[in-house]
Design a protein around this ligand. Structure first.
Ligand code: SF4
Length: 326
């Protein structure tokens, strides 16, 4: 088991003055053998952050560490951090058979003999509940759910210590999403993997994760044990995500986490001063004129002093009775 740690990681794109900071000095730990769910709306930077762990996003500042060692120093082929993407087609070459795709992802120097490779391919296919007879097929002959299972087995072929799962059910029919999620969780437990599970769907993240980190406009605004965050959210953004998500007894998969308020998200090229959430916040200066500190002072600096590391000057304050905006 291994620990993945993002240490003050920033990702910037474009020119210094006109560019975009997609991830802004984010620190987050995925403890050994646990699942951290990273949730936030589209454009929050969650996928960008996750992709830094496998070199798919450029790290402009900070470090990504696996058991204390910078992941960028490790050989590309034998990287112990593997990623499963939203669209399985993007990780499977349509001209290669399933077996060839899986074999290609095996660690360099392992399974040199064809017979041993074939046995390993069959083992990996069975691990994701696919018959070994699929090995000779092309990806185009499989359903979306089956292709995602192949993508999972391809990730496992690299013998990872950490798996990054980025919106892995978003492109699938609702009817197969639950089966893929349960398979993913079973494999994580069985293989004792550490996992960063990225999704816009809080209900799915709750189902999968030991810990939840909530991301907004390039920053983590709350993090903690799943049930603590879901049942007692300290940041107003998290609270709105929880309110918008279906209950545990409701439909787990059909509903998407809604944006918190009927206000357009800010331009990430020009984030708001102070608290980045203040133009949308239901308990902030848009509703309470005496809360100008939210406009002038960034709460992220003192987040570590609050429960769940909540980046909010008024963390835990109750929602106002009338949340309608003026
Ligand atoms: Fe809302 Fe202010 Fe807290 Fe930001 S700091 S989340 S604007 S109350």
């Amino acid at each position: 088991m291994s620990e993945l740690r993002f240490d003050q990681v920033s990702v910037r794109y474009g020119h210094r003055h006109t560019g975009l900071t997609a991830v802004d000095r984010v620190s987050l730990t995925v403890p050994s053998g646990q699942v951290v769910g990273l949730v936030g709306e589209s454009g929050s930077g969650k996928s960008t952050l996750a992709r830094t762990a496998v070199g798919l996003s450029p790290v402009s500042g900070g470090r990504v560490l696996l058991d204390g060692t910078d992941v960028r120093r490790q050989a590309r082929r034998n990287r112990p951090v593997q990623m499963v993407l939203q669209d399985p087609s993007s990780s499977l070459d349509p001209r290669m058979t399933i077996g060839e795709s899986i074999a290609e992802a095996m660690p360099r120097g392992a399974f040199l003999r064809r017979a041993a490779r074939n046995v390993e391919v069959c083992r990996l296919l069975e691990l994701v509940n696919l018959g070994s007879d699929r090995a000779g097929m092309l990806p185009g002959r499989l359903s979306g759910g089956q292709r995602q299972r192949v993508a999972l087995s391809r990730a496992l072929a690299g013998r990872p210590k950490v798996v990054i799962a980025d919106e892995i059910t978003s492109a699938l029919d609702v009817s197969v999403q639950g089966a893929v999620l349960n398979l993913c969780r079973d494999l994580q437990r069985e293989l004792r993997l550490s996992m960063l599970f990225v999704s816009h769907n809080l209900a799915v993240v709750r189902h999968m994760s030991d810990l939840i980190a909530v991301m907004y406009l390039g920053r983590i605004v709350e993090v903690g044990p799943t049930e603590a965050v879901v049942t007692d959210p300290r940041h107003p953004y998290t609270r709105d995500l929880v309110d918008a998500a279906p209950s545990r007894t409701g439909n787990l998969l059909a509903d998407e986490v809604a944006a918190t308020a009927d206000v357009e998200p800010p331009d990430p090229h020009n984030p708001p001063t102070g608290c980045r959430y203040h133009p949308r916040c239901p308990i902030g200066p848009a509703m309470r004129s005496d809360r100008q500190i939210c406009v002038t002072t960034d709460p992220i600096e003192s987040a570590g002093e609050r429960p769940h590391g909540a980046a909010c000057h008024f963390a835990g304050s109750p929602a106002l009775p009338d949340r309608a905006r003026a």
